[in-house]
Design a protein around this ligand. Structure first.
Ligand SMILES: C[S@@+](CC[C@H](N)C(=O)[O-])C[C@H]1O[C@@H](n2cnc3c(N)ncnc32)[C@H](O)[C@@H]1O
Length: 231
């Protein structure tokens, strides 16, 4: 049953990853070529091209992610790529959790900060305009992710090296390569089925989990269009 779920999870993840990767490919050139004059005056733009486009996690999936991580009052939650802040804000509202959202897009940082004020949780949460790959997350006890398979893989060594044993990591839709989840759940969203996985940082990290190069190479090969696919 578990293996079957994982197979479904992997298939769905690859499908969704290709979907999101496609969006990213469209978004990247836009980011790089849109002249500043095309933006409303004063509109802040990211200092770095985002590694993945903004797609919010449906609330029912947010709730499942927090339930699976068993988030509580004493946790310190980091959402890497926090969008409008919904995961961090929901954890603070429902469980009193202290949280930090790391987000590259200043517009989303502003929106998340406003949303936190509206939800009256500003005393427990903060949103920082930062690159998630340059952020110190060592104080986290829970990390939430809705990124891409490649980004999860690139993050894996940092998560395993810097987080304390017992830290829970919950990822929406995308897995951690050969690092197998403790639990996988499927959630019916408004438009499709979502997959949530839970990983727990072990006391002793198997060395093979720290090397992601061959898995990254495999992913890149999977995502490279074949000659037949091009017109
Ligand atoms: C798929 S969205 C997920 C948003 C939110 N976590 C949720 O689940 O609703 C990914 C977010 O990551 C942000 N992002 C992309 N690259 C980033 C980077 N290098 N550092 C921080 N945030 C980044 C995007 O701007 C986007 O808001």
């Amino acid at each position: 049953m578990g293996t079957q779920l994982l197979k479904v999870a992997t298939k769905a993840a690859i499908a969704t990853s290709l979907l999101l990767a496609g969006c990213t490919e469209q978004a990247k050139p836009k980011q790089e070529t849109t002249p500043p004059a095309a933006n409303a005056p004063g509109t802040p733009t990211p200092k770095k091209v985002p590694d993945v486009v903004y797609v919010p996690t449906p609330q029912v999936v947010v709730d499942k992610m927090l339930e699976m991580a068993k988030v509580g009052k004493n946790d310190v939650l980091y959402d890497l790529g926090s969008g409008d802040g919904r995961i961090v804000i929901t954890a603070a509202e429902k469980f009193g959790t202290k949280g930090t959202g790391i987000e590259i897009d200043p517009k989303l940082v502003k929106q998340a900060t406003t949303n936190a004020e509206k939800a009256k949780v500003s005393d427990r949460v903060q949103f920082l305009e930062q690159d998630l790959f340059q952020t110190d997350i060592s104080s986290a006890t829970v990390v939430t992710l809705y990124l891409l398979p490649e980004l999860n893989l690139r993050l894996r060594p940092t998560l395993l090296r810097t987080l304390k044993p017992g830290t829970r990591i919950v990822s929406h839709d995308f897995d951690m390569g050969i690092w197998k989840p403790e639990r996988v759940e499927r959630v019916k969203g408004p438009r499709r089925e979502h997959i949530v996985g839970l990983w727990v940082v072990p006391e002793k990290v198997p060395p093979e989990l720290l090397n992601v190069e061959s898995e990254l190479e495999q992913l890149r090969r999977l995502q490279t269009p074949t000659p037949q696919a091009t017109p």
